[in-house]
Design a protein around this ligand. Structure first.
Ligand SMILES: *[C@@H]1O[C@H](CO)[C@@H](O)[C@H](O)[C@H]1NC(C)=O
Ligand SMILES: *[C@@H]1O[C@H](CO)[C@@H](O)[C@H](O)[C@H]1NC(C)=O
Ligand SMILES: *[C@@H]1O[C@H](CO)[C@@H](O)[C@H](O)[C@H]1NC(C)=O
Length: 459
């Protein structure tokens, strides 16, 4: 069609040059309908709106509420049967009844939240289905303007290319998958991460961007189901207490029955908490002591703090932080971690040129630094670390949706890997702390004030 138009135009041009006084006009009629650009824009807008309406957060919200209920109901059942056994009309019965009332109230709260979430999801599904039908119809209409069948051909090409790729990879079998690091693991070797399994705003939705949460791998009898949370309450940097929840569902609903355990009334002051990467282990909180290159341990029973000195040259006071390209996470100099073998500390020193250093914390009294390993991983290229089965894992920021566990260091073999390649699907862009719980193989992340957990798969 183009050629047909161009040739007469050239001829016209030659003609006008020869006889400049002659005015000449031509009418171009096209059989094509004009492309309705405004319609395409409207379709794009609706698609964008659909995308922003349905977020992974909304999906995970139901999951975590259900999980809360799932954990809560057997507890209630157990308590009720205990009440039945005790039913002698005496004091114990009254106390158990109060406990059960309390639990029922919390379950009711969970159910109410579940109900309202379900309702709003139903509406959202109905609306979105309708919107999608509309979008589909409009796209089909728009496609009718594609008289040259560009879109259709592109689609065919894509399919052919996929077939070709499949053919190729069939001819040259793909290289064997990389063996994940072994470690010294009772559950087998580290394979993958799934989840999020729990995702909750907890008691203070949107507040306290920096913090940590989890459960004590070595709790006192009777506190097996407790969860803890530490929030940086002063300038996103400091804290002076640890807050407890009697179960995961209490944490989700935001009812802290055991409440706070205070380290010191002032915040910050000597031996209070600096930075979010803290852990609870054996009824004690391990953390970076305020304004020092030392590890503190706060004994929850005696409410006393002891500490030990890290090697000279250890970077502290926000000089050796976890980072990604756009920013560093302030006061993340020391990362405390737990695994099957106890407590670890991950940090960096001047003599290691900013590379990660890993030390075992000997929990005996006096508290002291145990065996130390030096890695060749530069800390500023890492967003967080955790330990599992004696293997150190490091993560890096990929984009707002994904964090990658890319590195591992096996303390048994000293083998380093830079190609672990396991992805963590994030609910919010930044992970301020990450810790592995050896009791249930969950990875607890504190993510822009949200508490999120993932299941670590071994096999
Ligand atoms: C669904 O659409 C109705 C009416 O268009 C609107 O009132 C309602 O807020 C929408 N619900 C959701 C969840 O988007
Ligand atoms: C790990 O899990 C993710 C999501 O569940 C999955 O897409 C991926 O293929 C898994 N990777 C391996 C190596 O199994
Ligand atoms: C805390 O103190 C008590 C009493 O001295 C002691 O029995 C316990 O082992 C201490 N806990 C830790 C983790 O040091």
């Amino acid at each position: 069609m183009k050629l047909y138009v161009i040739v007469p135009l050239c001829a016209l041009f030659a003609l006008t040059q020869q006889a400049p006084s002659t005015e000449c006009s031509c009418e171009l009629t096209t059989l094509e309908k004009l492309f309705p650009h405004h319609k395409l824009v409207a379709v794009e807008d609706s698609a964008l709106k659909c995308n922003s309406d349905i977020t992974p957060q909304k999906v995970a919200e139901l999951d975590s509420l259900l999980l809360g209920l799932e954990l809560r109901l057997p507890q209630l059942q157990e308590d009720v049967s205990m009440l039945e056994r005790e039913n002698d009309g005496q004091l114990y019965g009254v106390i158990s009844l109060q406990v059960i009332e309390n639990e029922l109230m919390q379950i009711n709260q969970l159910v109410a939240r579940l109900k309202s979430a379900t309702l709003s999801h139903q509406h959202l599904t109905a609306n979105t289905t309708e919107q999608l039908e509309d979008l589909k119809a409009e796209m089909q209409e728009l496609e009718s303007y594609d008289t040259m069948r560009v879109v259709n051909t592109q689609r065919t090409n894509k399919r052919l290319k996929k077939d070709l790729d499949q053919c190729k990879s069939g001819l040259y079998p793909t290289t064997k998958p990389i063996q994940p690091p072994r470690g010294n693991c009772p559950h087998g070797q580290f394979l993958n991460i799934t989840g999020p399994r729990v995702y909750t705003a907890g008691e203070y939705p949107g507040s306290y961007k920096y913090g940590a949460w989890g459960r004590d791998p070595k709790p006192e009898a009777g506190k097996e189901s407790w969860y803890w949370r530490v929030m940086m309450t002063s300038g996103n940097k400091f804290s002076n207490y640890v807050r407890f929840y009697s179960s995961l569902s209490s944490l989700i609903v935001g009812v802290s029955a055991p409440g706070n355990v205070l380290i010191h009334a002032a915040n910050p002051t000597t031996n209070t908490i600096q930075g979010p990467n803290v852990v609870l282990y054996g009824e004690a909180l391990y953390y970076n002591c305020y304004n020092q290159d030392t590890v503190c341990r706060f004994n929850l029973t005696t409410k006393t703090v002891i500490n030990f000195q890290l090697p000279k040259g250890t970077r502290f006071n926000s000089k050796g932080n976890f980072c990604h390209l756009d920013e560093c996470y302030p006061f993340t100099d020391l990362d405390l971690a737990t695994d099957e073998s106890g407590v670890w500390v991950i940090y960096t020193t001047t003599q290691d040129f900013g590379n990660l250093v890993l030390s075992k914390v000997e929990e005996s009294e006096p508290l002291r630094l145990g065996q130390t390993w030096h890695t060749s991983l530069y800390k500023q290229g890492v967003t967080n670390t955790f330990m599992a089965c004696g293997v150190l894992y490091a993560t890096r920021y990929i984009n707002k949706e994904f964090e990658e566990i890319f590195y591992s260091f096996d303390t048994t073999t000293r083998e380093e890997r830079f190609n672990v390649g396991v992805f963590i699907s994030k609910m919010y862009p930044n992970i301020q702390s990450l810790n592995y719980s050896p009791v249930d193989q969950m990875l607890h992340a504190y993510c822009d004030s949200y508490m999120v957990s993932y299941k670590v798969l071994f096999g």
